[in-house]
Ligand binder design. Structure first.
Ligand SMILES: [Zn+2]
Length: 130
């Protein structure tokens, strides 16, 4: 287990991302789907990054993914791992890997979303090895 708990700053919710944070508070991970080109994207945007359509909708993600790359930040009071996780749905999120031995993290590892409390804001999605 990691030693100590890191204080996670509150995310900056905007009108565009408000439903995402409301879902996170309820323990659900949402991503965006474009109804024009059917592509999924993350982070959530009002305009599809692929075809620039405004016809995007929120869809639930499984919360399962694999570690695409990661970096352990050690020159801080409480070490932590930042990572890119590719969800089962195919989109990649920049996130943290938590609840594990930082030395045991491996690229390609299967991870599951967990929601971590922040300082005065909604919980943020992070990932723990399965
Ligand atoms: Zn599109």
């Amino acid at each position: 287990m990691a030693s100590g708990e890191r204080t996670i700053p509150a995310p900056q919710a905007t009108l565009e991302t408000q439903p995402f944070w409301e879902a996170a508070a309820a323990g659900r991970l949402l991503i965006k789907k474009c109804t024009s080109c059917a592509q999924l994207h993350y982070y959530p945007r009002a305009i599809c990054p692929f075809c620039f359509s405004e016809a995007t909708e929120w869809v639930p993600a499984s919360g399962r993914g694999t570690i695409y790359s990661y970096s352990v930040m050690r020159r801080v009071p409480v070490a932590y791992a930042i990572a890119y996780v590719t969800l089962a749905e195919g989109v990649t999120m920049m996130t943290n890997i938590v609840d594990c031995d930082l030395d045991a993290i491996r690229i390609g590892q299967t991870v599951q979303v967990v929601f971590k409390a922040t300082a005065g804001g909604p919980p943020v999605p992070m990932f723990a090895p399965v």
